[in-house]
Design a protein around this ligand. Structure first.
Ligand code: GDP
Ligand code: MG
Length: 313
């Protein structure tokens, strides 16, 4: 497999003609087979499945890169809530989280059919106006004669771009699904540099350690107003790690809150995060921590693209 060239100013020209890339959000009630399908779609590709627990926005589950495409599969925390707990604000939050995706895959369990919980997700889809595929999973576990009526049923629920019956378990229909996903993504270079794809789980975990400290210390003052990007992870010959990370905030006033009086806030965050990182990496760690104001970063259509252009805040 030939991977695209290393990142840099020539990234745009480094991708082969026709290369496609984008974000695909997986949605669906628990147990419909999201994890199983993800594993199936990733297969033998260069891929990473993130071990990082869920936070508030799009969470990368896997980056699957082949010679023809880079597909970033993401989760949208908050989108799988039960219907009774939903309110206007939650729909809005989920909609905003999804707005960075190029395509949404909504999975249902074919054997169970389309239930109220699935209908809840459709309400969110309606808000996003993004292309969405309905994936009817577990067709191996249903009577074949039930499939056409089910397709008829779901067709009336929403204006899906496509409907794909498949079995994540046996693989039936999964290649067709993947081909359709790729065809729908925009043409463009890989979103992440090669070394980023390889380091992704580590970077996400380290960013999470900083974010945790940040939230602990700024709690009420900075609700959800921050993002943490790990710009670099280097290991010296002596085995020590040097990590550079940037905290992005919306406004100057928030930058002041993070930095604190005479830098006390950022120092404390950095010191505790550094210890957490050393424990996570199993080696001494040095951390350079920066705070940058990037107005309206939350509204960036593809916030996560930031992750691929580290150092250019
Ligand atoms: P998630 O909660 O949506 O991530 O669902 P999982 O991927 O964890 O799957 C839930 C259960 O459904 C597991 O026991 C899977 O083995 C099973 N499962 C997933 N996909 C299929 C399928 O296509 N056919 C059948 N028969 N079972 C499946
Ligand atoms: Mg799962």
């Amino acid at each position: 497999m030939s991977l695209p060239a290393a990142p840099g100013t020539d990234r745009q020209t480094a991708s082969p003609p026709g290369f496609r890339s984008g974000f695909v959000a997986l949605a669906g009630r628990p147990n419909v087979g999201k994890s199983t399908l993800l594993n199936r779609l990733i297969g033998t590709k260069v891929s990473i499945v993130s071990p990082v627990p869920q936070t508030t926005r799009l969470v990368i589950r896997a980056v699957a890169r082949s010679a023809a495409a880079e597909i970033v599969y993401v989760d949208t925390p908050g989108i799988h809530r039960p219907q009774h707990a939903m309110n206007r604000e939650m729909v809005e939050a989920a909609r905003e989280a999804l707005s960075g995706a190029d395509l949404i895959l909504q999975l249902i369990d074919g054997a169970e059919g389309f239930g109220p919980g699935d209908g809840y997700l459709v309400r969110i889809l309606e808000e996003t106006r993004l292309p969405a595929f309905l994936v009817i999973n577990k067709i191996d576990a249903m009577r074949r004669s039930a499939l056409l009526p089910l397709i008829d049923d779901v067709r009336r629920r929403y204006a899906w771009s496509e409907i794909h019956p498949c079995s994540a378990l046996t693989g039936e229909g999964c290649q067709e699904l993947e081909d359709s996903i790729r065809a729908l993504l925009p043409e463009g270079p890989p979103l992440f540099p090669d070394d980023f794809v390889t380091d992704l789980p580590t970077r996400l975990a380290l960013a999470e350690i900083v974010r945790e400290q940040l939230l602990l210390r700024t709690r009420d003052e900075l609700p959800h107003a921050t993002a943490v990007i790990v710009d670099a992870v280097e290991r010296s010959e002596t085995g020590e790690y040097r990590i550079a990370a940037t905290i992005y905030v919306d406004r100057d006033s928030q930058k002041g809150i993070v930095i604190g009086k005479a830098g006390a806030g950022i120092k404390a965050i950095g010191a505790t995060a550094r210890m957490g990182m050393a424990a996570f990496l199993g080696a001494p760690a040095h951390l350079s921590l920066w705070v940058k104001v990037k107005k309206g970063w939350r509204n960036e259509v593809q916030l996560l693209r930031l992750l691929g252009i580290s150092g250019k805040g």
